[in-house]
Structure formats: C-alpha cells, structure tokens
Design a protein around this ligand. Structure first.
Ligand SMILES: C[S@@+](CC[C@H](N)C(=O)[O-])C[C@H]1O[C@@H](n2cnc3c(N)ncnc32)[C@H](O)[C@@H]1O
Length: 208
C-alpha cells in the first residue's frame, strides 16, 4: 500500500498523476495527486477534522508535513498572510507547488512556499502551525520533529495538531504538556476537540 512509504524522499511507486475533486475552504477544486504520497485519493478524515475544528489562520502559517497540500491550500485560501509548507517527500512538494499554481490561476491565494524542512530559514517563525503530523515515523522521531518546530511559534502563536485517538493522541498530549514545561519551548496544551476518532490538540507559543 502506498501509504506505508508516504514519508520517503523519493517514492518508488510510478509517478502517475491524476486529478481529484475536493472542497477546501468552501471552494470546489480539481487538484493533482499521485501514488507514493499520503492519502492520494481524498482529503484524509483526520485532516478534515482538523480543518473543521481550527479557527481561521493568523499571519504566517506553517503546514508541518504538507503532503499534496490540503492543509496549506486551505490556509492560503482562508486568510493567512503567507504559508510555508514542508515535507520530506519530494513528490508531495512537487504536487503542492503545482496545486498552488492551479488554484492561484483562478482564485486569490496567499503566497505559498512548499519546500524541504532544511530549506526553511533558521530564524523564520510562525503565528499559526497546522499539522496532521506523521505519526507513523515513530514516537521518537515524532517527538524530535515537534521539538524542532513548536519552539518556532512566534509570541502569541498557536499550533493545532490532529492525531488519531487510537494512534496515541492522549499520550502525545501528555508528552507535549510535560515537555513544554520541562524545556520552555512552548506553552499550554489543550484538547480542543474530538471527532470521528481524532483529537485536535492546541499548543500555545512559549510565554515571551
Ligand atoms: C499524515 S501526513 C499529512 C499530509 C497532509 N498534510 C494531509 O493532510 O494530507 C504527514 C506528512 O508528513 C510528512 N513527513 C514525514 N516526516 C517528516 C519530517 N521529518 N518533516 C516534515 N514532514 C514529514 C510525510 O511525508 C507526510 O506527507
């Protein structure tokens, strides 16, 4: 199954592009996807829960683990000043770049950059972080990922993460609360909502 390898840099599966019909930020869109990226046939259920639960994005937005782009594109269509979307999967980044160009040809879209994590300037910070994070990379790698990005929230910034309850949403919430307290990298953690087996967690920026 292609999803088993969605976080490889260069998926081995044939890069056959196809168009799917989706609705993002209330807009019906035709977007490009391909095998070898996460949820290529539709907007993932967890992503749908996240997008229905979060308040409108503020300022500069980071989509951590963007895939073909449903979260980044929604942010760019719904009030973000600018969106940075990162992923380790180069096919996903290419799809998102092409999808952003498609959408921008027809609708006003905030500036959106899709790039590898190492291409984001070290000093860049974000007012809003939205993510359906890659739980399947394993607990240690996931913790390292969050340790690297949550401290990059700007003052008064907030992160929203969607996690499947049976893939450890509650233990991740506990870890986030304890870790933020221990290292001061971020502030309070709240369970914002729950639907269809997913939890949305809200993490505040560190108190300046
Ligand atoms: C659960 S998927 C979500 C994809 C997309 N945002 C969506 O909602 O359909 C998680 C994404 O994180 C990416 N990922 C895995 N490891 C990563 C890392 N270290 N840094 C950034 N993204 C990563 C995967 O390649 C995958 O596209």
């Amino acid at each position: 199954m292609s999803e088993d390898h969605y976080f490889t840099a260069r998926p081995a599966s044939a890069d056959e592009r196809r168009l799917i019909s989706v609705t993002l930020a209330g807009e019906p869109l035709e977007l490009e996807t391909a095998a070898g990226v996460f949820s290529p046939g539709h907007v993932d259920l967890g992503t749908q829960v996240l997008l229905r639960t979060v308040p409108a994005p503020r300022g500069r937005v980071l989509d951590l683990g963007c895939g073909w782009g449903p979260i980044a594109l929604t942010a760019a269509l719904s009030g973000a000043d600018a969106v940075v979307a990162v992923d380790v999967n180069e096919r996903a980044l290419d799809l998102l770049r092409r999808n952003a160009a498609r959408v921008a040809a027809r609708r006003p879209l905030a500036p959106l950059v899709a790039c590898l994590p190492i291409e984001v300037a070290a000093e860049a910070s974000f007012d809003t972080l939205w993510s359906n994070p890659p739980i399947r990379i394993g607990k240690e790698a996931l913790h390292a990922l969050l340790d690297a990005w949550l401290p990059r929230l700007a003052p008064r910034g907030e992160a929203f993460l969607v996690v499947q309850r049976n893939l450890g949403a509650d233990s991740l919430a506990k870890w986030l609360a304890a870790r933020g307290e221990e290292n001061g990298g971020w502030g309070a953690v709240e369970k914002l909502g729950s639907a269809k087996g997913f939890r949305v967690l809200r993490v505040e920026a560190a108190q300046g």
